[in-house]
Design a protein. Structure first.
Length: 179
């Protein structure tokens, strides 16, 4: 079974995914009148499911909108015990060691996964379980906040396969893990 774990995330020039107050408003600093999706819809067509951390799940739930995902979402949390009734069948709480969570999700038939959330991405990176990184850099320096990357036990090498410029200011780099 061929599996693929993909990170699709935005960062500031200085490598943060949220500001010092855990805010993400800075993601919208560049006007996007045509509502370009920066490759998000093609990504959603490629994946079977999403694995996200509790903090990211709670952030998405706080948005003033309907649940935005049509793919199954697995929320990685050791503290979350339940989900709202309206998300039953759309969201499942999973916990335990990353490798066993991943194996269980894969055994359910989900092999093309979008991995989302800072701590979750780090946990997957630490176990060398990320196959692709799609990183969109917004031209802002936050000077602090939640970093995209944290210290790893071992370096991981990736190969740049594509770089795109959006709105003449936003750069998106797509990397594949060298194996």
């Amino acid at each position: 079974m061929k599996t693929n774990n993909i990170v699709f995330i935005a960062q500031s020039i200085d490598g943060y995914i949220a500001d010092k107050n855990d805010g993400i408003e800075w993601l919208e600093t560049i006007p996007n009148p045509e509502q370009k999706d920066f490759g998000y819809l093609p990504l959603m067509e490629r994946i079977d499911a999403i694995i996200m951390g509790r903090t990211t799940y709670e952030l998405v739930c706080s948005f003033d909108m309907a649940w935005p995902y049509t793919k199954p979402v697995f929320v990685l949390s050791n503290t979350l015990k339940s989900i709202p009734d309206e998300l039953i069948g759309k969201v499942e709480i999973v916990n335990g060691q990353i490798s066993s969570v991943l194996r269980n999700v894969n055994n359910k038939g989900y092999t093309q996964l979008y991995i989302d959330g800072g701590a979750t991405i780090h946990s997957f990176m630490e176990k060398d379980l990320i196959d692709e990184l799609i990183i969109t850099t917004i031209p802002v320096v936050l000077g602090g906040g939640i970093p995209l990357f944290r210290e790893l036990s071992n370096p991981l090498e990736f190969k740049l396969i594509r770089s795109e410029l959006y709105l003449n200011e936003i750069v998106q780099n797509h990397y594949k893990r060298k194996r």
